[in-house]
Design a protein around this ligand. Sequence first.
Ligand code: SF4
Length: 292
Amino acid sequence: MKVIVAEQIGFCFGVKRAINLAKKVLSERGEVCILGDLVHNRRVSRELEQMGLRKVSNLSECSSGIMLVRAHGLPAAEIERARAAGLEVIDATCPTVRQAQRAARRLEERGCQVVIAGDADHPEVRGILGSLRDPSAHLVLDSVEEVRQAHAERRFRRPVGVVFQTTHSFERCHALVGELMLVIPELQIINTLCRPVRNRQLDAIRLATEVEVMLVVGSFKSANSIELTHLLRAHNPNTIQVENADQLELARFAGVKSVGIASGLSTPEDVVDAVRARLEAAFPEPDSSPAL
Ligand code: SF4
C-alpha cells in the first residue's frame, strides 16, 4: 500500500496562535477560563486542561478572573458582559475571523442587511452575527433551499451584503451566492473565506482523485473536518473520517493499493503521523528497489 499525506496538514495559523497564547497565559497565570472549546481536539483540550484551562458554560463560573476568547471569536455583547463582570479578557480570536466580523459591520454600516453564509450553530457565525449592532435584522443562511425559503417568506431587505463563515466550502458558498443573485438585485459581497482553508481543500481534493481510499483525520466535533470529509466524498466516494489511529478499521483497507491522508485544521500533526504509521505497519509497501 502506498500512503500519501497531503502537503498541508496540522494546525492552521489561527489555531496555532490560539494554542500558543493559551499556553503562555496558563504558564504565567495558572488558571484561565474559556467559554466552549479552544480547539475541537480532545487531546489538545486535555493537555490545556492539565495546564489549568477551565471550560465554563457561563461567565458566573469563571472563578479565575481571566477569560480567554477562543480562535472562533465571541459575540461582542458576551465580551462586554465579561468585562463588566470584572473579568480580564484575553483575546485569541483568529485575525481572519476578526476580519470577517469587521466586514459584516462594514456592510451593516453601509445600510445592508447582512447575510452570513454559514452554519447558524457554529460559534464563529454566532460571533460574526453578535458583532453587528442589530443582530436580529440580519440572516444566517446555509443552503440554496434556505435562500429560497427566506425569499418566499419575504425576509430579505435591500440592499443585501454577504460574508462567509471563514471555514465554509467554496462550493457551498458559490451555490448560495448564485441563488441570491437570482432574487436580490442589489448585492454586495465581501469574500471572508479563509485562504489557507481553501488551499488545503484544493490540495486534499487533488490527492483524493489520485488514490483508492481517502482518509480525513479530524474530530467529529470539528466542523471543518466534517466539511472536508463531505467535500472529498464528492471526489472520491471511498472517503473515511477517523479521529485517530486507534479508530482505523484495518480490515477495510485489505487489498487497497493507495491511501491519501488529509486532516482538519485542529488536528495535530503527530496524530496524522500515527495514522500513517499504523497503515504502513499493517500494509507495508513492497520493496520496489531492483534486485541485485
Ligand atoms: S481556519 Fe482560517 S480563519 Fe479559522 S482559525 Fe484557522 S486560520 Fe483562522
